[in-house]
Structures are given as structure tokens and as C-alpha cells.
Ligand binder design. Sequence first.
Ligand code: AMP
Ligand code: ZN
Length: 454
Amino acid sequence: MTLRIYNTLSRTKEDFRPLDPANVRMYVCGPTVYDFAHIGNARPAIVFDVLFRLLRHLYGEAHVTYVRNITDVDDKINARALRDYPGVPLNDAIRRVTETTYQQYQKDVTALGCLPPTVQPRATEHIKGMTEMISTLIKRGHAYEAAGEVLFDVASMPDYGRLSQRKLEDQQAGARIAVDAHKKNPGDFVLWKQSTPDEPGWDSPWGRGRPGWHIECSVMSKAHLGEVFDIHGGGLDLIFPHHENEIAQSRCAHGTDVMARYWMHNGFLQVEGQKMSKSLGNFTTIAEVLAQWPGAVARYNMLRTHYRQPIDWTVASLEDSQKVLRDWKQGVEGVAAAAPDAECVEALSDDLNTHAAFTRLHALAKAGEWAALKGSLLLIGLDLDAANLGEEKPVAVDEVKVNTLVAARLEARKAKNFAESDRIRDELLALGILIKDVKDKATGEIKTEWEVRR
Ligand code: AMP
Ligand code: ZN
């Protein structure tokens, strides 16, 4: 079975051919640890976890290396440290911010059924590698020092913009932002910047300073996966500038044609048609979601939509997901898992078509093939034995509405309009309400009692 992957570099689905089948290598940009992650941030974690599991299934567990970094150098982190820990020495405050956020992230994604990646490097562990790569870029004529910064010279790379399909000329012509006077080109980006004494910093040939965001990933991927590796992933918003700039740095430093051979990007998780993001303030944290829903339900719900499509995160869809998993859990409980179903693996191998995989799983459930269903669910990271799917949630009841309908039905009955009274009875039933007519012994009057159907 050939794995096929939609490659953002070529904008086509391609057969996946690893450089070394004995060590398939994947890098995914991880969280910047300054604040709790929202459920949109969980999408790449879950999607690339499914790919990690599929690669392990196809190539063998020992033959896949998955690196997901932790960005623990960032100006947003500094700001948060100053805000949350006034009076605490900055380095200690930063460590507290990054440590708490990192621990919470681990807890969140574990509850969502994600395996720990093979390596989770931190940017702060790789500063030396960054200053080395920056020196190389300067030596090779791809970077320059100006106004206390080291900048990448985008004009020095003939095919800069290939991933995002932006031409340098277009960028220049379209640039509305005032060109920073020290930059040769508005697209030149920071590799290193000087720190003031009250900012975090490391010694370097360009003074005490800190790295730019993009160089972190170029250095961490090189350290753990080499100069050229197989798959690089992240959300759609990272294509430009982050991934474009990672490619520029790595290729120019190493003199290679590509950085990663397959670039994969997940679509956005949306709320009412808008991307969920911290800056828009329309976010729900993963922890908030997990307080209301089992991790398996959130995971299944995330994977119902193909990873490249936008996904609308709604309660209705979560409820539906919960129902499906409850049904499946009843079937697979106490059953020994068989190997994952071949059609399910085939669907996943078609550019992670989880939607088609679930269609197949529904068919397996219908046919009562529980052992195959269980094995397939495990491959996708849905362990229903371990999942606490809770009791059937009580149906939310609008009592005023129910009482109004009950009274209207009784009126219709009294008027001998049985068609209408039956219609209202069905309407109540659809709301999950069961009714019973009882005669009041004292007065002989008919009264209606109702209860919520379980
Ligand atoms: P950030 O912490 O914002 O750098 O994001 C971490 C990861 O989550 C990146 O891969 C982003 O592309 C991804 N991401 C951020 N917001 C969303 C969203 N609303 N839907 C899907 N992925 C997202
Ligand atoms: Zn990155």
C-alpha cells in the first residue's frame, strides 16, 4: 500500500517515498509556550499524531522519528513573564511561564490521545546551533548585520518564495509597510536581535541577544533529523512567513535543494466562520473542552473532517461524536483487537482521509465486525476501553415550552381534535418527552404527566 501525501510544495498529491525507510523523519512546529493552547492548536497535534501512528504502522515503530519542538524563546513569553511575575528575576519568571504552559500542553494533548513525539527539543537548548547557522549564512553571503540585528537577505536566494508561491518582485511591489531603513529588502527577516539588559539574551558574535523565531526550527530539525528530511508539518498559517523562511535558512546554510521533501499543512478550526485565534479572542482552551467532553470525543470530532478542510467546532457535532463512540464502545468492549482493517488503512494512506476511514468503521460496526473495528480505532488513537464516555447526558429541557405544548395538546383532545393532539404528542416525543394521561381521582379530570425519556 502506497502512502500518498498532498505536498504544499507541488500543490499535488504525491506518492510518499522516504529517504530512508529504516528511519522516516518528520518535523512539526510545536507550541510557543506563553499561554494555554486553544482547541485550534490541538488540530495539528492530533492530525500529525495520526500520521505518526500510520507511519509506524507502515514502516515499523522503531523506524519513525517524530520531532515536535517547543518554542520557549519569544517576545510574547517575555511579556507574559513580566506581567505574571512582577519583581521576580526575568530568567526565573520566564522559566515559570514556559514550564507551567509546557506541562499543561503535555497534559492536554495526552488527554486527546496523542503519543509523545520521539523528541521534543526546546529552543533554549539550541542557541549555540543557532549562532553557528547564522554565522554560516553570513559567510555564504545570505545574511548581513545592520542596526544591531542580523537579517536574512531574501534577494540572495533565487527561488525564495517557492513554498508560498510568492514572487519577490510581487512582495516588493505590494509592500505597503514602510521599509525598515536598515533592511536591504522589506522581506528580509530577523535571524538575531540584540537584547537590552532587561531582556533575555545569550552571548554571540553580534553582541548579547536572542534568536528570531524561524531560525529555531531550522536548527532543531537539523540537529535531530539532518539537513534534509522527509515530512515537515504545521498549520496553514505557517506557510508564510515561517516555513518559507525556515526553508530559506536551511537550504542556504546547507547548500541543499530542499529542506523537507513533503510539506503538509492542516486547515483552520473555525468558530462561526472565523479562524479560532488568541488575537480574535474567540477561543476555547483545550482544557475547557476537556472539562466538558471526553478526550476521545474531541479527537474523533476533530478527525471527522479531512485535515486540509476548515472545520467548524460546534456542540452539535461533539454530541453526535459522543453518540457514535458510545455505540462503538458497547460493541468493542471486552473484544480482543484484531489487526487494523485494510480498507481503513487504505483510506488513511490516501492523504489521511480520516473521513473515509470513519465511513468504513461505521460499516464494520453495522456488520458487527468488532475485532477489526477495535484494531482500526486503536490505529487512529481511539482507545475506547480507556475512554470514559460518561452517562447518557440528560436532555436539556425547556420546561416552559413543554408545559405549553402539554396544555395545548390537552385542549386539542378536549375539542376532540385528535389529529392535532397526536401531532403535538409527536412533537414532544421529538424533544425527548414522554407523556401520560391520568384521571384525577377526586375531580375526574384528565391531567397530563410528562417525563424526560432516558
Ligand atoms: P501557534 O502557537 O499560534 O504558533 O500555533 C501552534 C500551531 O497551531 C501551528 O501549527 C498553527 O498553525 C496551529 N493553529 C493555530 N490556530 C489554529 C486554528 N484555528 N486551526 C488550526 N490550526 C491552528
Ligand atoms: Zn517551525
